[in-house]
Ligand binder design. Sequence first.
Ligand code: FMN
Ligand code: 173
Length: 390
Amino acid sequence: MSSLPPPSSYGLQRQFQVYMAGLQGQRPSLPVNPEALEQAANRAMTPEASGYLNGMADSMRANLAAFQRWRIVPRMLRNVAERDLSIQLFNKRYPVPVLLAPIGVQSIVHTEAETGTARAAASVGLPFIFSTASSTPLEQVAQAMGDAPRWFQLYWSKDPEFNQSIVQRAERAGCEAIVVTLDTYLLAWRPSDIQNAYLPFILGQGIGNYLSDPAFRKGLSQPPEVNPQEAIQRFLAIFTNPSLTWQDLATLRQQTKLPILLKGILHPDDARKAIDSGMDGVIVSNHGGRQVEGAIASLDALPAISEAVRGEVPILLDSGIRQASDVLKAVALGAQAVLLGRPYMWALALNGEQGVRELLANLLADLDLTLALSGYASFAEVDTSAVVRL
Ligand SMILES: Cc1cc2nc3c(=O)[nH]c(=O)nc-3n(C[C@H](O)[C@H](O)[C@H](O)COP(=O)(O)O)c2cc1C
Ligand SMILES: O=C(O)C(=O)c1ccccc1
């Protein structure tokens, strides 16, 4: 897609670009500091959307606090002039150890929604993980990206025909891996949504992949264009699926040759079970603190999971990634890559595709400079000796 500068100049080039624009009187269009970005986005969104994004408070604070407890210990005089920020996952190279987390219902923050995010991700070559609960059908999102990398996140519904159909659609749309989210078989008690009496799906938002799916449509007596209420009811009926067990993974394993990762792993024994079930990777996640209030922070769960996995499959992590130093800390503690969540939604809310492009360009620069200034020329060199726990 776009022609990127060599990785060892992401940082310098971006700084130069920003300072030169400053000479013309032009400032970044978004707050660069993550907390300021969050505050600005919260002011720009409707109270319902901002309440939905925020979710619950305590588990999210725990995620941020866990990153605070670990500190980077920079090393000096190690010639880091030539840097390679890329990583390899499932035989594919990606520019940096960051993917865009699957986030549903993006239409509630900006009309460009998933298409805007997809274009921005494509502009820097970071993989975008499409959510099952996308506002926009995945084929349309894929089309906006050219051949840039994309993965697919599956919400495993009660309807086996829909599940099979959506995985096939994801394969046809060029998705390179399947992420099965395990922690959302029910939607949690979310005080702000309850207070606002707001759930986007009931308004028909975030069900684009369902409405466009032939298997889903077969379960309806009338097309969703004629009877949207029936389609919404059907979505709500099949989405919750609390009877799933580890045995059920065998079905999915047979349906796709793509690598499968399980998202929402927080216990080392569950990471082992994922491997024993033939899964190809795990994503350590407490869903951005949105499901179990009081849940362990992802970063706190990572060391024991890393020990249990023993390098047999890749480990990814999300929940609380806000800046480059967080990425380095997660990599030091055993993650091969991380997923960026809310920060790109804040950027999308404020300035659509352009906002997400700016955020990602800044993140690449920050990653390059943080890696270099910590004394490393690649993420492969970063291990537990890079950090210390307070
Ligand atoms: C508004 C919103 C919607 C989300 N939708 C999904 C989803 O559809 N599928 C999924 O697996 N995770 C979903 N997540 C969770 C993210 O994938 C990710 O785990 C989380 O946002 C990471 O934490 P962070 O926001 O602190 O970076 C959602 C998160 C938010 C904030
Ligand atoms: O809100 C969420 O966290 C989430 O994961 C979700 C669940 C269902 C549909 C869309 C998003």
